[in-house]
Every structure is written in C-alpha cells, then in structure tokens.
Write a protein that binds this ligand. Structure first.
Ligand SMILES: [Zn+2]
Length: 101
C-alpha cells in the first residue's frame, strides 16, 4: 500500500508519510539511512552486531537528496552520502516509520 503523499521536511531533516488510512508518520533521514534494507547495509549491520540499526550509527547529518518511485512497489532514496542502492518497499517503510520493526 503506497502512501497518499510524502512530505519532505527539509529543515527538520525528516520525511512525513501520509497513508491512505489516515495514519501519518514522520521519520528522520538518518533513521531511513540507518535502516536501509539493501544487502550491503544489512550485512554491515549484522557484522557490527546491530540487527536493527539505531540512530547512533554513523549517519549523522545525512540527507535524502532524491526520492525515486520503484513501480508500485516502493521507493528508492538517494542519500547525501552517495548511497542509492536501498529499495524500500511500502510494507517495509510502513513498519519502519510506525516503529513496529
Ligand atoms: Zn543500503
């Protein structure tokens, strides 16, 4: 289920997701970066002992530069640290931003 809209709060360094069921979640760029679900980030987190990344990981100051749709499936974020491999399926994003991961 895709969100109805994504609002970029650049000054707060966060994205706001508005879902079709009325729910709204704000999540920091840093948290999105820290939880990137790509294979590279997953194995890095596993190696560093964090199955679920926390905001303490070294992503401070990271920004979301671009948001690209991936079909009806999800989005791909381009981060300011140059990382753009993470595809975030809507289901994953919804769980992440709702804090139920
Ligand atoms: Zn990644």
């Amino acid at each position: 289920m895709a969100p109805e809209s994504i609002v970029d709060h650049r000054l707060r360094g966060a994205l706001e997701f508005r879902w079709t069921d009325g729910a709204q979640h704000v999540v920091s760029y840093q948290s999105l970066r820290a939880n990137c679900p790509c294979a590279g980030c997953k194995s890095w987190r596993a190696a560093s002992g964090n199955s679920i990344a926390s905001e303490r990981l070294p992503n401070e100051g990271v920004e979301v530069r671009d948001i690209q749709p991936v079909g009806t499936y999800g989005v791909q974020f381009v981060f300011s640290d140059g990382h753009d491999r993470g595809i975030f399926p809507w289901v994953f994003l919804r769980s992440l931003v709702a804090g139920v991961l």
